[in-house]
Design a protein around this ligand. Sequence first.
Ligand SMILES: Nc1ncnc2c1ncn2[C@@H]1O[C@H](COP(=O)(O)OP(=O)(O)OP(=O)(O)O)[C@@H](O)[C@H]1O
Ligand SMILES: O=P(O)(O)OC[C@H]1O[C@](O)(CO)[C@@H](O)[C@@H]1O
Ligand SMILES: [Mg+2]
Length: 515
Amino acid sequence: MDAAFTSFSPYSLSRNSFPSTFLSTNNFPSLTSLSFAKFVFTKQSYLSLRGPFNSHSIKVQASEIPPTDPQNEEDFILEDVPHLTTFLPDLAMYTNPLKKTQAYAIVKQTFVTPEDVVAHKVYFKSEEVRACIVTCGGLCPGINTVIREIVCGLNSMYGVEEILGIQGGYRGFYSKNTVQLTPKSVNDIHKRGGTFLQTSRGGHDTNKIVDNIQDRGINQVYIIGGDGTQKGAAAIYKEVERRGIKVAVAGIPKTIDNDIVVIDKSFGFDTAVEEAQRAINAAHVEVESVENGVGIVKLMGRYSGFIAMHATLASRDVDCCLIPESPFYLEGQGGLFEFVEQRLKENGHMVIVLAEGAGQEYVAQSFHASAEKDASGNRLLLDVGLWLTQKIKDHFTNVRKMAINMKYIDPTYMIRAIPSNASDNIYCTLLAHSAIHGAMAGYTGFTVGPVNSRHAYIPISRVTETTNIVKLTDRMWARLLASTNQPSFLGCEVVQERFANTIDDDFHNLKITSI
Ligand SMILES: Nc1ncnc2c1ncn2[C@@H]1O[C@H](COP(=O)(O)OP(=O)(O)OP(=O)(O)O)[C@@H](O)[C@H]1O
Ligand SMILES: O=P(O)(O)OC[C@H]1O[C@](O)(CO)[C@@H](O)[C@@H]1O
Ligand SMILES: [Mg+2]
């Protein structure tokens, strides 16, 4: 593989300067490159990614490229981004067609900085590529943009003609016909919400999928989806490797909940937060126009309250934000009822933003519901919005004998069914291009995404080992508490106990690896 790349200048990530083998794709058209790509980040960079309390890191293997300061060797996390040559050492290489494209040929000496990386050689001839794209899991604004940009990017940058759409998620590999994707057929799809290819949950059968990949002669697989999808992608990559077939597997992380670890933020998240503002505004207008108005807005967020937290912070009209990570209680001193009453006395109205995964244990108790699961094994949530609405009504009517005016708004699906906004559109384009360049360069078993603002190739296993959740000890949550002045519902000791160590949370079944 070394011959495919030339030498590479060190660059600085975060404040620490160190020789990086991090394959950056921010400005791809440089003709510098690196001898091998590794996924690297330091404690320092992880810190800046995850906030000041997170000092945990896993040293995967000794550094092949020594750290700048050998004393700080512990600070490095090095891990190979898998490459086809790992299991197919004799693969042929070809001159990268990007060199000849008009768009990139001229930039050789113009926009190139030492940290830019491009493969001199690629491992696929344009005419040999038979790519496919699949979308799995829930919807998210921007999926269609990613599909469009993979198709258009492969075609315009690498001259690829054969691109298949797998319809209806993973099970589409073995249960449906494929659809031919061309720049023309996907030209307008970025203006629509949803997924042009349709999606599904469940139905991941690794052997059937890889059999199908082989039967159809597919050699590049682009998989757009959330944490479950990425686990499925990792299984496909492993099976491909076991069979020793030349198939590059690239994951593009998609999650409206922003629950995928390592990457800075998931695409569509900003769009969803923006759309949530409309619901919060509506709730605020409604409740300030009546006496004792209480507005409840339910937003998505199964185990991670990022949408609710960001929508609350952006709005400033929200009095209280309830998320799955932060337990709350209703009755007594410091409880939600007391806070609602206090706000009604002060302002005559209040707005609560509620992530759908919050308070599930209470709702389950109230409804005596059993834990149902969807086809992928995700727990089906009970409607905490309806439950809370009823609880607040009952409390004020029956206990406090106080008339309140309740407005419950549930825009959950509306915030993810829309097309992506302008900045998410650009972000989706970068992700798609990053995936294409990586696959053409022979990388496989990787997920793309920005880490500390630099687009990177990340071994899929890194993004599936844990889930991103709001950390109550993080400054963002502190900012929210400062903005709403809501009760924290937790004593300091509880936060320490709950978040100080690596724990397995019974309810969320999530691993909080470190603080
Ligand atoms: N551990 C796993 N191994 C293999 N495949 C999996 C695994 N977990 C989930 N999948 C498959 O991935 C697909 C999507 O999973 P899931 O429905 O959990 O959505 P997701 O990708 O996590 O997206 P989101 O949760 O954001 O909607 C499904 O087809 C499911 O069968
Ligand atoms: O699309 P479904 O199956 O109704 O699932 C909804 C779930 O999907 C998510 O949007 C994640 O994709 C969650 O926020 C939500 O709980
Ligand atoms: Mg998921």
